[in-house]
Write a protein that binds this ligand. Sequence first.
Ligand code: ADP
Ligand code: MG
Length: 265
Amino acid sequence: MAAAGEMLLEARGVEVTIDGIQILRGGDLDLRAGELVAIVGPNGAGKSTLVRAVSGLHRPSAGAVSWSGRELAKMRGRELAKVRAFVPQRMPVPAGVTVQEAVTIGRSALLRPLGRMTGADRAGVDAALARAGVSHFADRALTTLSGGELQRVQIAIGLAQEAPVLIADEPTSQLDLGAAIDVAGLLRKLADEGLGALVVVHDLALAAAVADRVVVVHEGRTEATGLPNEVLTPGRLSRIWGADARLTAEHGRTALHVAWLGPTA
Ligand code: ADP
Ligand code: MG
């Protein structure tokens, strides 16, 4: 685990061009150990492209990304697996695979080609199952899990890599309110334990409730970064989301007050 507050990820001016189309024009991000940073923005803003680019899953056409001071461009497979775990929006759920087996496969990202699982690897799998709160259903088949349980398992697979950073792309977007609260609480707990968590979320109330900082991505650029209430202002909610909305947080409750049907007389 990285030391508290240690800078783990720095990205500046990241650009991504796919098939001649510039999708990301200026992505900026910082992430420290123990911090939960939420990336928000409307559909198609470039959030997934940004987190995939800093993770090494898209090659940036410009910009600088470093992981604990190491340049992303110089890092390869296993080295990347040691600095960050990437939790995809939705993982494939093959029939007949148990939770324990799926997390063991996650751990294998750390092994050398054809390397064998050691006792330490098995202990790492058990620790990941426990940290994600899924040990009690480790023997169940993935196909039998609820959406929230599956998301916890995806996080456990990421944790099995023992990387200091976990990146999750919309981990709560398919979940009902209770399951979303559960997964958000897990991510918050992991950050409090020292993990750096970078989470794409489209629920602004959820982002404001759990994140230390919010990064707003709009039209392929990072346009604002800061505390949720500094960044998610009524002016920005109107300009970017076209919503007449206001965020409030008091007594541990966060709410997004929205004029769904326009202003009333
Ligand atoms: P978000 O995650 O914020 O919804 P994305 O990063 O997925 O946005 O996409 C940003 C924009 O880039 C969208 O307009 C999307 O259609 C486009 N895009 C994403 N991936 C590709 C791709 N592989 N080829 C072409 N266009 C893409
Ligand atoms: Mg996306």
